[in-house]
Design a protein around this ligand. Sequence first.
Ligand code: CAA
Length: 261
Amino acid sequence: QPKYEYIVVSRPEPSVVLVTLNRPKALNALSSPLFEELNEALEQADRDDSVGAMVLTGSEKAFAAGADIKEMKDKQFADAYKNKFLEDWGNLSRLRKPLIAAVSGFALGGGCELALMCDIILASPTAKFGQPEINLAVTPGGGGSQRLVHAIGKSRTMEMVLTGRMVSAQEASDWGMVSRVVGEGEAEVVKEAVKMAKGISEKSQIAVQACKEVVNAAHELNLAEGLRFERRIFHGLFATNDQKEGMAAFAEKRKPNFTHS
Ligand code: CAA
């Protein structure tokens, strides 16, 4: 009896957890039960000392086609407000370990926003990104209007949000929204993401978490505060065994053996 109904969780490498959205009939529309499972699986991986990084993917046809429109369509303001509709989506951005999105096919609305909540996005050439909420007479609700501005700037964000136009993988790459376009389809982009996650898992996990924390701070702090924060975290790492090991290994021309301490 699998634990989850809408996702599949696997271990393609001992140190990597792969979460595959699995609601094919609805193109992985992000219903509330799906998101609960996703949060649970990722939070569990985040707590597991044997895991260094996570990969999130969908199917060849769709990473995710958005929030579940059929679930939302009759929602009233009072219910949405009182029950903080979509607020738990933000749990995902509080993970300490890196989360890599491997995107193939449609990443629309909440699907695009879900990818943007990940730390790195790899896209297959078939990936299509869009914020089509305008066609449903709403705004993005999963952070797209804010995260896109940071990722691609105001004019391109306005174009996506006001016209609902889908952007190709190549365009998203040219705009800096994704890190790069890889392979020819879903299987290859996942393989590349798992390889990247495995590589990250081999680093000092303390340094990996610290790097994620300082990069994310750039979204929230002004430059002076951000630079101070980065330097404090950098100073703090001189208290770790991994820093001693990493620098000693370099000087001794050998591979480091990190103990994550
Ligand atoms: N919610 C619920 N069901 C969805 C869905 C969604 N977001 N997207 C697709 N589906 C369902 C379809 O209703 C259809 O179900 P049935 O077979 O029961 O009719 C099934 O998935 C397959 O979809 P299509 O037949 O439409 O497939 P297609 O290949 O013809 O078109 C598509 C693909 C262009 C992605 C089209 O499905 C589409 O436009 N989907 C909606 C995209 C969208 O508007 N997303 C934004 C949602 S709002 C949001 O996300 C708010 C937010 O900011 C958090």
